[in-house]
Design a protein around this ligand. Sequence first.
Ligand code: NAP
Length: 415
Amino acid sequence: MAQYQKITPPTNGEKIHKNADGSLAVPDNPIIPRIIGDGIGPDISAATAHVVEAAVKKVFGGKKQIVWFDVHAGEAAKEKYDEWLPDDTVEAIKEYRVAIKGPLTTPIGGGIRSINVALRQILDLFACVRPVRWFNGVPAPVKRPDLLDVVIFRENTEDIYKGIEFKQGTPEAAKFIKQLKSDFGKEVREDSGIGIKPISVFGSKRLVRMAIQYAIDKKKPSVTLVHKGNIMKFTEGAFSEWGYQVARDEFPEQTITEADVWEKHNGKAPEGKVVIKDRICDAMFQQLLLRPDEYSVLATMNLNGDYLSDACAAQVGGLGLAPGANIGDDYALFEATHGTAPKYAGKDMVNPGSLLLSAVMMLEHLNWDDAARLIVDGMEKTISAKTVTYDLERQMEGGRKVSTSDFAKLIVDKF
Ligand code: NAP
């Protein structure tokens, strides 16, 4: 067991292990490290825990339970450890593998740039996973928000996140431009800034592998590889090619390409097979607006996924309800996608939906799908009844405003 300086793991739970095939061995009482978060973190974390505990109890009748292990980051850690991201916290996530976090204040000046980015890098959480779906009753800007139900797997470590830049007018940029001409015969305007975005076989394949495995496990109909390969063949185009390769080499029985569906099966995918297709990113945007129900799991490079995640969330009524997770081969961290909203801290007022739906993703990750479904169902009924927190109430005709904690209680009442 790891040695901790200022925290003590609970004694009434067990560790999640990894099986030889990479799947998780989840005990009935898994210890889950939890970062409550800053600002509104305590409000939404309390509401989330209340709903999750009630759902697990209802579904498993006390046979299973989550054992929270409170670990610290952000302002709470600064107070307790005089550090924004203590080793204890990182060690705990490594030891227990699956963790959940509320929003954290981004430190201003000195030391660490962003705790979220640091966690992602230290734990090699290479996939940012964002499920986006509509909840009945949430005002949305499109006519049929109900048709969108996608899970976006966005690569977290390459592309512009590994972007190398040389500022316009610097000797480095000048040298680079000169060398591009002398060594490679490539013309670039002399007054250019330069940016490089690397895309590797390793980074692309592990992301697509995770997306395909998810589609298989959760019985999703398709995985779409999103790229701009018509223009950038050796980065964007390669991402798509390597994605098809993973499907062909590693999942030949469980997948089929869209081309084969048309050529060999008259356009109808054989039962139980995940269809692998690709779309140029601009067409993808358009399709998600016009024919959203033709898409399910999306696998994207970093920048394309950035736009798409937020655009999809906006399409179903905003970012307030959007959950997220950062997942790697060894660890998974589920988190609210919004910030700490400090002006609402402690007011029991904000929407706990983003963190709660992240907890739903966590339950699905543990394969406790029935508990996950119960929560989504309860949340759907609560929102449909127009009992919502202030952010949704102000956009809803006839809505009734409830507090964070009451919203959680209303969800549990529906179980
Ligand atoms: P923010 O905390 O997300 O808040 C911006 C606005 O979004 C709020 O004023 C509120 O809008 C709305 N909002 C956010 N969460 C909500 C919720 N749960 N329910 C209802 N409305 C919600 O963004 P910010 O003010 O730019 O950032 C504050 C701090 O959070 C900064 O330190 C930032 O670095 C950090 N941050 C952390 C994360 C993270 O940990 N993942 C992410 C983003 C930002 P209205 O006032 O219009 O109601």
